[in-house]
Design a protein around this ligand. Structure first.
Ligand SMILES: [Zn+2]
Length: 122
């Protein structure tokens, strides 16, 4: 699981161009703990939607400050993410959250999916 979370973070960082998608603060590669001050933030919580946990559509990079804002201001955050994604990507996201692809149950397939995403955004 840790391994998949690490792959998810790499894929998400590449897709989001190594910056916070809300305030554009860039990721500084810290020599000891790279990427430590930016998080993969789930749009729909992984605790409630475990099969959307590793779907890149359900993830975004936030700096620590924006991540705290996200969790403290749920209603503003919900409005902001809909605007950020736009209607097309937001409805795609709803579809994968409501009706997740069953391959997300299979960690071997999840790993292959994440590695494919990493190649795609490299
Ligand atoms: Zn930020």
């Amino acid at each position: 699981m840790d391994r998949l979370s690490a792959l998810l973070k790499v894929a998400c960082l590449k897709r989001d161009r190594y910056e916070c998608v809300r305030c554009y603060k860039p990721v500084i590669q810290h020599p000891i703990h790279p990427y430590d001050f930016h998080d993969v933030s789930h749009i729909f919580p992984k605790s409630i939607y475990p099969l959307a946990r590793f779907n890149l559509l359900n993830c975004k990079i936030l700096c620590r400050k924006c991540h705290e804002w996200w969790h403290r201001n749920i209603q503003d955050a919900a409005r902001w993410i809909q605007e950020y994604l736009g209607p097309r990507r937001y409805s795609q996201l709803l579809a994968v959250v409501i009706n997740p692809d069953p391959f997300f149950r299979d960690f071997t397939k999840v790993e292959a999916y994440l590695k494919h995403q990493i190649r795609m955004y490299s």
